[in-house]
Design a protein around this ligand. Structure first.
Ligand SMILES: C[S@@+](CC[C@H](N)C(=O)[O-])C[C@H]1O[C@@H](n2cnc3c(N)ncnc32)[C@H](O)[C@@H]1O
Length: 311
C-alpha cells in the first residue's frame, strides 16, 4: 500500500505504518530538525518544506494518506483560536490535496488523521463538525472517529488523542483497535546512569514542585507510574503538575530524550541526531508508535476483508 505522510515530524505515525507492511513513498515536514531525525531513521523519502508551498503535482498519488496535523490551535493549552489561526487551516490544505487527487481520478482509499483530544470539543464541537463535514460531504469518505490513549496500547503514558479514519468504501464498518492491558510503568523505562544535567538544582526545585497557578491549576506530583502526556514544549521544564519528574539516587530529575523515545514506543535503536531541546519537541509532538501500529493493523485487516489490500 503506497502511503503519503503529511506533517510527519520525526515519524511516529509513519513508523507504525511501516512496521505493519505499508510503504511510505513520500513524507513532508517543514521543521529541518525533525526532517534530520526522520532521515537518520527512515530514509530520504521525506521532503523538507512548507506544505502550503509544495505544488500539488509534486505530491505523489497514494492509496493511503496519513497526517497528524498541527494541534496547537485546538489544544487546551493553546488559546483555542481554531481556524482563525493559520495553523488551524492546515486541515484545509489536506482537503485540497485530497480534492486534487479526486479530480485526477486517483482518490486515496483511506485517510488517517490524528490530533489532540480537544479537537472534538473545541468551540462546542463546531471545529470538528466542519472537519467531519468536509471529509464526508465534500470529499465523499465514510468517517470514523475515536479517542485512543497510549496507556491502552502498552506504553505507560496517558496520551489521549483523536484519531479520524476515513474510507472511500461506503459499505465498510471499521472498528478501532482493541485496548490492551498495561504491564509496564514509567519506572520500568528509566535509564539508570544519566548525566547530571538532567537533575534539578536546589534553586529551581521549589518552583517545579509548586502547584499550578492561573490558567493551569493542577496538583504537582512526581514519580507517576503512568507518565503525563509528553508535550512539545517540555524543554522549558514546566511545573510537576504538567511535566514528568522522577526520583533517582535520592534526587529529582527530568526525563532524558531516550526515556521520552521509549514513552512514545521507539526502541533504543532509534537514532536521536539532534539537540536535547529539539528531541524533546519532536517526541512531545509525536504519535505513539504502538497506537499508530494498532490503527495501521486494524485498517489493514479492514482493507483485507474488503479485498482492497495491495501488498
Ligand atoms: C503534531 S506534529 C506531527 C508528528 C508526527 N505525526 C509524528 O508522529 O511524529 C506536527 C508537525 O507538523 C509540522 N508542520 C507544521 N506546519 C507545517 C507546514 N505548514 N508544512 C509542513 N509541516 C508543518 C511541524 O513541524 C510538526 O513536525
Amino acid at each position: 500500500m503506497r502511503v503519503v505522510s503529511l506533517f510527519s515530524g520525526l515519524g511516529g505515525l509513519d513508523k507504525g505504518f511501516m512496521d505493519t507492511g505499508y510503504d511510505i513513498i513520500w513524507a513532508n515536514d517543514f521543521d529541518k530538525f525533525a526532517v534530520q531525525t526522520y532521515k537518520a531513521n527512515f530514509g530520504d523519502h521525506i521532503v523538507s518544506g512548507d506544505i502550503n508551498e509544495i505544488p500539488l503535482e509534486d505530491i505523489p498519488d497514494c492509496d493511503v494518506l496519513i497526517g497528524g496535523f498541527p494541534c496547537q490551535p485546538f489544544s487546551m493549552m493553546g488559546q483555542q483560536k481554531g481556524f482563525e489561526d493559520t495553523r488551524g487551516t492546515l486541515f484545509f490544505r489536506i482537503a485540497e490535496i485530497i480534492s486534487d487527487k479526486i479530480e485526477k481520478g486517483r482518490k486515496p482509499k483511506v485517510i488517517i488523521l490524528e490530533n489532540v483530544r480537544s479537537l472534538t470539543t473545541h468551540r462546542n464541537g463546531e471545529t470538528y463538525g466542519e472537519i467531519h463535514r468536509v471529509l464526508q460531504d465534500v470529499l465523499g469518505y465514510k468517517v470514523f472517529r475515536d479517542i485512543l490513549n497510549s496507556a491502552d496500547f502498552g506504553v505507560p503514558q496517558t496520551r489521549n488523542r483523536t484519531y479520524i479514519v476515513c474510507f472511500d468504501n461506503q459499505t465498510v464498518n471499521y472498528i478501532f483497535p482493541k485496548t490492551q492491558e498495561l504491564h509496564k510503568t514509567l519506572q520500568d523505562l528509566l535509564e539508570h546512569d544519566v548525566d547530571s544535567k538532567y537533575y534539578l538544582s536546589d534553586r529551581i526545585l521549589p518552583t517545579i514542585l509548586s502547584n499550578g497557578t492561573g490558567g493551569y491549576q493542577a496538583k504537582s506530583e512526581i514519580d507517576l507510574k503512568i507518565a503525563r502526556p509528553l508535550c512539545a514544549t517540555m524543554a522549558k521544564m514546566h511545573r510537576a503538575c504538567q511535566d514528568n519528574y522522577v526520583t533517582q539516587n535520592g534526587r529529582i530529575r527530568r526525563l532524558t530524550p531516550r526515556e521520552c523515545a521509549r514513552l512514545q514506543g521507539f526502541d533504543d535503536s532509534f537514532v536521536i541526531p539532534v539537540s536535547d531541546c529539539q528531541a524533546y519537541k519532536q517526541f512531545g509532538n509525536a504519535v505513539t508508535v504502538n497506537v499508530s501500529r494498532a490503527v495501521a493493523q486494524s485498517v489493514k485487516d479492514t482493507l483485507k476483508e474488503l479485498g482492497e489490500w495491495v501488498d
